[in-house]
Design a protein around this ligand. Structure first.
Ligand code: GLN
Length: 202
């Protein structure tokens, strides 16, 4: 890889070049981890499927996908992943949680962000729906968001920034190095959230 700036590009451009081999862990116990892998690869990074603690070694960023939070919790317990995941995120590694991934990051689960989530919050009639959301910090127009039995943020502490809402309920938040969204950006070809994750990786 060429030295930073030696090719005349801004430092941030390097993040999207063919030489970007940043390794991004995607928790792969259950859920739609493959869709995240495809987006990360299309952005030039290397997705690493995480199933055991040793898969976390040397990661530059982490994604926790959507799926079923109860099943994912059991898998995390079974594989002894809770403490290593907590350590990685608390050390400042950029992390993105989507849908069940948002739930896994909350106070009641990994407890790495100061939010409580309400599961399946939109109720039976609205099991799944789509919406165009303007998100703070995401340039270039609204994000087309697919919600599937999605949670919302029921409560949050002062360090949590709300980036977007549906019916006044927070569905996208950031706290420091962690971003969590209730919806599935990985199902619509949306790449801006993953791009932001890569841009904040060292
Ligand atoms: N309803 C699921 C749960 O509570 C989340 C759904 C999803 O990730 N699409 O775990």
């Amino acid at each position: 890889m060429s030295a930073p700036g030696s090719n005349g590009h801004r430092a941030s451009d390097r993040h999207h070049g063919a030489n970007d081999h940043r390794r991004v862990g995607v928790l792969a116990l259950q859920g739609d981890f493959q869709a995240h892998g495809r987006i990360l690869r299309s952005l030039g990074s290397e997705p690493v499927e995480v199933r055991t603690p040793s898969d976390l070694d040397g990661l530059d960023a982490l994604v926790i996908p959507g799926g079923e939070s109860t099943v994912m919790s059991l898998g995390i317990e079974r594989e002894g992943l809770a403490e290593p995941l907590r350590k990685l995120v608390r050390a400042g590694t950029p992390a993105l949680g989507t849908c069940a991934g948002m739930i896994m990051l909350d106070r009641e689960h990994l407890d790495v962000i100061d939010i409580s989530t309400r599961r399946n919050a939109f109720g039976r009639q609205l099991n799944s729906f789509e919406a165009d959301l303007d998100l703070r910090g995401i340039e270039g127009g609204p994000v087309h968001a697919v919600f599937i039995r999605a949670p919302w943020v029921a409560e949050h502490g002062p360090d949590v920034h709300v980036l977007g809402r549906v019916d006044d309920h927070p569905v996208a938040i950031r706290q420091g190095n962690v971003m969590a969204v209730s919806f599935h950006p990985e199902l619509t070809g949306e790449t801006r959230l993953h791009r932001l994750l890569l841009e904040s990786a060292p």
